[in-house]
Design a protein around this ligand. Structure first.
Ligand code: GLU
Length: 362
């Protein structure tokens, strides 16, 4: 196993002129006092979303539990139980669509991708038609259900999604997974693209614009509570708009992986009632070219018993992540190394048929 990692790293380093990264690799290896060599180190990137989003934190938590850089405290003595020599890094990206494209093309090791976007990319639908189809995407695990959050300034007096007509609405960036869902929801609420004033910015900027009175509403598909939205709710009154049942039913018909979700009262300051919404699992996705052993070992580290408290303490979304729910809401085939891991763990019953997407549990 070590040999396979070593082989990959050597090729990567040899292919580089001695630049920043290679130099850093050599220095770190040197610091390890010769016990580890450059070929024992491997970097592994996890594409997330905007730094203001929950997935950037979740990606950071996953990185900590799967990494095990030289010199780490040993696993059995309260240290890292990650993959020896691995340094995983959470990388800020535009979000799901960007991650699907980059992972699919082999330019990013892995990414956190909404299951609906993963399905579109894998099946060649939506923004992924023709040459943009990404058939190399393979699921490592399901993470947690993300929630559609439509936030409005209370003083804008908007009470429904249809009421966003004529308003200034942030629908997130083009590479996000929020934008296609936001557009779909708005269209089903009867709003044509010209019926509202779209702003395409990431969550952090959208929150700033809300605070400055430059926006009336923002869409975000992600964990609850999102710290950026929680901070906004602390400084100005906000409301969350409910998703009408008819729109939910229509969306669910189109994508069975959508879940009925409720944003509970108290999730954000000032909320006075539960809000009906929609959920979609976020998946940790890699390329089919990732070695089976690497996929297997990433999951062994992620679902190691020592990792659970770290995930749970990092963010509420981390508490919803578990081996028991690792196959929930998958919309693309499992990576074979992942299928092997889940079969050994007894959570996947039939390893010969991992290529079949499993239906979402409502
Ligand atoms: N699901 C969001 C997207 O792909 C990102 C969520 C986050 O950054 O936490 O657009």
């Amino acid at each position: 196993m070590r040999g396979r990692f070593a082989h990959t790293s050597r090729r990567r380093i040899a292919g580089r002129k001695i630049g920043g990264l290679a130099l850093c690799v050599l220095l770190v290896a040197g610091l390890a006092g010769g016990a580890l060599h450059a070929q024992d180190l491997r970097f592994f990137r996890i594409g997330t979303g905007s730094t203001a989003g929950v997935n950037f934190s979740i990606g950071g938590l996953i990185s900590s539990v799967v990494s095990n850089p030289p010199g780490s405290r040993p696993c059995d003595r309260g240290g890292s139980c990650g993959i020896p020599g691995l340094i995983a890094v959470a990388q800020a990206t535009q979000g799901s669509a960007d991650n699907a494209r980059e992972v699919g093309r082999g330019r990013l090791d892995s990414g956190i991708i909404q299951a609906d976007v993963a399905a579109q990319a894998y099946e060649g639908k939506g923004a992924f038609t023709g040459a943009n189809r990404q058939t190399a995407l393979r699921a490592l695990t399901s993470l947690y259900p993300e929630t559609l959050q439509v936030v409005v300034r209370r003083d804008a007096k908007i009470t429904s999604i249809a009421g966003l007509k004529g308003k200034r609405v942030s629908i997130d960036t083009e590479g996000s997974g929020t934008q296609p869902l936001a557009r779909n929801v708005l269209a089903r609420a009867g709003l044509k693209p010209t019926d509202f004033k779209p702003t395409m910015v990431e969550l952090g900027l959208a929150v700033d614009m809300m605070r400055n009175g430059q926006l009336d509403a923002l869409f975000y598909v992600g964990g609850v509570p999102a710290p950026a939205i929680a901070q906004l709710a602390e400084v100005m009154p906000i409301e969350l708009l409910p998703l009408p049942p008819a729109i939910f039913a229509a969306l669910r018909k189109e994508e069975p992986a959508y879940l009925a979700m409720t944003i509970l009262t108290g999730s954000y300051a000032g909320m006075t009632a539960d809000v009906a919404s929609l959920g979609i699992y976020s998946l940790w996705v890699a390329n089919s070219k990732l070695s089976d052993d690497m996929a297997y070992n990433l999951l062994k580290a992620l679902w190691h018993k020592s990792a659970q408290p770290m995930l749970a303490n990092g963010h509420l979304a981390g508490r919803q992540m578990s081996l028991a729910s690792a196959l929930n809401g998958l919309t693309i085939p499992l990576h074979p190394g992942a299928a092997r891991f889940y079969t050994e763990m007894g959570v996947l019953k039939n390893a010969t048929a991992p290529a079949q997407p499993t239906a979402a549990k409502p």
